[in-house]
Ligand binder design. Structure first.
Ligand SMILES: Cc1cc2nc3c(=O)[nH]c(=O)nc-3n(C[C@H](O)[C@H](O)[C@H](O)COP(=O)(O)O)c2cc1C
Length: 474
């Protein structure tokens, strides 16, 4: 079958198509597709054979609705920044297309030093946009159209420069102008030298972007293109980026876990010494509660088994309050079966073997000797269940040294599917604080997430869970 491009049309036809496209707020390519589709349905639809007066009028959309194109394709505007990882974005185009996503590309000036518009255009199957002051597209303010005619703006690689522009609201080229003009979700895949990534300026920009609601995937740790350099800064792999993009593109992004049941444990446990004294830990429950809230917002039926915390119960969540590890295990067992179990509580490893029923009296020079016995391992108990095991069992690891190494060992030991590991050394302020920098350990490896608020960690985890359930058909 032959193909025809807009360029091949004669000037008059091109002019009329341009005006019609501008009137409908569509690109010329989309307008041509609409005309062809309408013509084809006129040919084939029974209604087309009826007299014109008998036909039902086709409702005309008041404004373009990218998510409701006739072919129901999801659309991604891929902005490629000027970094070595730009070559991976070519693969990313293919990976998105394989999942039924239409990709339109914007290349920054710097990106064109790394990949060509020719290769990006050939893979995307349509022209690539590069210039803010392009007479062909700006007759109807094309950068606004690009910002609007998509379901997701994806920046990969997101250079330090692009992140800085986004954080400050600069708009001096096509990519930054589109990013400032869009009301669609924005997902970035940062890629840069580890020193650029850890520079305070980039940290500040990242914090601003996260606050603005930008979603971040990666970067990963590993070797850099620069010889002998390694560290955090490699762009996430195309499939990881796809995994982060798909839930955002899904029909009801707010209800990613609709129909799923989720159990979350949160907070510390208190193990009695006597009626007034107890053994506890510094867990605030903020991360677990944020996860329960995010899962409920995503449409899941959520049970939160919480140790003693000074937090309000998350809205829309069935909260069960317990004190001790044994009570927590009993409440967890009662809540099963569920689709997903997330064990974020900091459960005391030991309890006092014989807690006093009366307050122990202080006896000068004779402090009591507390005999301890081991508490049940709630995570391992649930993960090793043969019946009623959740499809996805996620543990948390609070570590103060060799974080990922210990977390990997915990993943194997406990028999769970994922471990979310965080550094709870005093200097990080994670315990009781509002932000968290976590590593997600799965059987596929370690993913280090940038520091972000506990709510953002919760939302990112929910997106990952939804995606994992969707990929395995659960
Ligand atoms: C060989 C080479 C590799 C580069 N790789 C990166 C990179 O991986 N990440 C980054 O942030 N900047 C990188 N830069 C610097 C950017 O290209 C530069 O900051 C540029 O202005 C980014 O423009 P853009 O953000 O508009 O694409 C690299 C530059 C060169 C010459």
């Amino acid at each position: 079958m032959g193909s025809i491009t807009i360029r091949q049309l004669d000037d008059d036809l091109k002019h009329r198509l341009r005006l019609r496209a501008a009137r409908h707020g569509r690109s010329m390519e989309d307008e041509a597709r609409t005309i062809l589709r309408d013509a084809a349905s006129e040919e084939t639809a029974p209604a087309a054979r009826q007299p014109a007066a008998a036909r039902r009028p086709t409702p005309q959309p008041q404004s373009p609705r990218p998510t409701e194109t006739a072919d129901h394709l999801k659309r991604v505007l891929l902005i490629v920044g000027g970094g070595i990882a730009a070559y991976k974005s070519l693969d990313l185009i293919r990976r998105l297309q394989e999942r039924g996503v239409a990709v339109r590309c914007v290349l920054t000036g710097a990106a064109r030093h790394f990949i060509t518009t020719l290769s990006a255009g050939a893979l995307a199957g349509e022209r690539v946009f590069t210039d803010l002051f392009d007479a062909d597209t700006e007759f109807d303010v094309g950068h606004i159209r690009l910002a609007r005619e998509t379901d997701l703006v994806l920046v990969a690689p997101a250079t330090a420069d692009l992140m800085a522009k986004m954080a400050t609201g600069a708009a001096d080229d096509l990519a930054s102008a589109v990013l400032l003009a869009t009301a669609r979700p924005v997902l970035i895949a940062p890629a840069m030298n580890p020193r650029m990534w850890s520079h305070p300026a980039t940290r500040r920009n990242l914090a601003t972007l996260l606050e603005d609601g930008v979603i971040v995937v990666g970067p990963n740790a590993g070797e850099m293109a620069e010889q002998g350099e390694a560290g955090l800064g490699r762009m996430a792999e195309p499939l990881e980026i796809v995994a982060a993009a798909l839930p955002v593109l899904s029909a009801h992004p707010g209800k990613l876990l609709a129909g799923k049941s989720v159990l979350v444990t949160s907070g510390p446990t208190h193990e009695s010494i006597d009626p007034v004294r107890y053994i506890a830990n510094r867990s605030s429950g903020k991360q677990g509660h944020a996860i329960a809230a995010a899962a409920a917002q995503a449409g899941a039926e959520v049970t939160l088994v919480s140790g003693p915390v000074a937090l309000p119960d998350p809205p829309g969540v069935n909260t069960v309050k317990v004190e001790t590890a044994q009570e927590m295990l009993a409440a967890v067992n009662q809540s099963l079966p569920v689709d997903v179990g997330i064990f974020a509580a900091a459960v005391a490893d030991w309890r006092v073997e014989k807690a006093g029923t009366n307050k122990m009296k202080k006896q000068a020079g004779r402090p009591p000797k507390l005999a301890l016995s081991e508490n049940p391992d709630i995570l391992a108990t649930v993960a090793h269940r043969t019946r009623g095991r959740p499809a996805l069992v996620i543990g948390f690891a609070a570590e103060t040294e060799r974080i990922t190494e210990h977390a990997k060992a915990k993943l194997a030991r406990k028999g769970c599917d994922w471990i979310v590991a965080n550094d709870v050394s005093e200097s990080t302020g994670v315990m009781g604080g509002d932000s968290n920098a976590v590593h997600l350990i799965t059987k596929d490896g370690v993913e280090s997430w940038p520091p972000q608020s506990k709510q953002e960690v919760a939302r990112a985890l929910v997106r990952r869970i939804a995606n994992a359930l969707a990929e395995t058909g659960r």
